[in-house]
Design a protein around this ligand. Structure first.
Ligand code: DC
Length: 239
């Protein structure tokens, strides 16, 4: 699909929040590509912490279970996380090792959701995310981008879709690598929705000034076109 170009695009921070499987990743990547902006997947950072906790084994997982925020803070402090762009897209390195594929398992999805409820983890990742936004010209995807990390973002979107559609999308996306049935994928999504939106620290919710888009019956291109409409409108209003 050919998108309508935007002339004289100012340096913006655009945030896209929403529940798992709402299409944030596909849409954020496309939007960043059209705008020639950087794409940042903040969920990958929480997944990286989850992978580190899993790798460290029982001690880290026990500190999670026992609310040991000091141990979690230490775990995060010792992680070197860095995104790099490559031919296969955005790649996440943890301590110099490419962990992009390792963080996409159902176990890591659930552990990332659990770990992300911990204030120590959110605090540790706050500065890193803010730093990544310094140069602007970026599309940030996550849960609290518009509410906590970039409350002054130029444009905030909140992407939603029915849980059935979200599960089906995730199921198709995982394809042959999916170790779960469609029903299990949907159950996991609902559990994560519940965990992510009821936690005390930076719960998943739309920012007051977020533009809500329901993608249940829309293709990714249609969602991007809608976002471009709002971006153009915001630029015109600014001038
Ligand atoms: O977007 P994702 O499915 O890769 O995110 C994995 C988990 O990380 C998600 O269940 C909640 C958490 N997360 C978060 O708390 N805040 C973010 N900005 C991004 C993700």
């Amino acid at each position: 699909m050919k998108f309508t170009p935007i002339n004289l695009l100012p340096k913006l921070i655009i945030t896209i929040d929403g529940p798992a499987g709402a299409g944030k990743t596909t849409v954020s990547k496309k939007l960043a590509e059209v705008l020639d902006y950087q794409y940042i997947d903040t969920g990958a950072l929480y997944r990286a912490v989850a992978l580190a906790a899993q790798k460290k084994g029982s001690a880290s997982l026990a500190s999670l279970a026992s609310n040991d925020d000091q141990a979690l803070a230490k775990l995060c402090r010792n992680l070197q996380l860095e995104f790099k762009s490559s031919l296969k897209g955005l790649v996440l390195f943890c301590d110099g090792i490419d962990i992009t594929d390792k963080i996409r398992t159902p176990e890591i999805s659930m552990l990332a959701s659990t770990i992300s409820a911990r204030p120590a983890v959110r605090k540790a990742l706050f500065g890193l995310q803010r730093k990544m936004g310094k140069k602007k010209q970026a599309v940030f995807e996550g849960r609290d981008m518009g509410t906590v990390i970039f409350p002054d973002a130029d444009l905030k979107f909140f992407l939603e879709a029915s849980s059935g559609v979200r599960a089906l999308r995730r199921f198709k996306e995982l394809g042959d690598t999916c170790s779960q049935t469609l029903k299990e994928v949907e159950e996991d999504i609902l559990q994560r929705d519940n965990q992510d939106s009821t936690r005390g620290a930076a719960p998943l919710k739309p920012a007051k000034d977020a533009i809500k888009i329901d993608s249940t019956d829309l293709s990714a291109d249609q969602v991007v076109e809608k976002m471009l409409f709002f971006i153009k409108k915001a630029i015109i209003n600014e001038n």
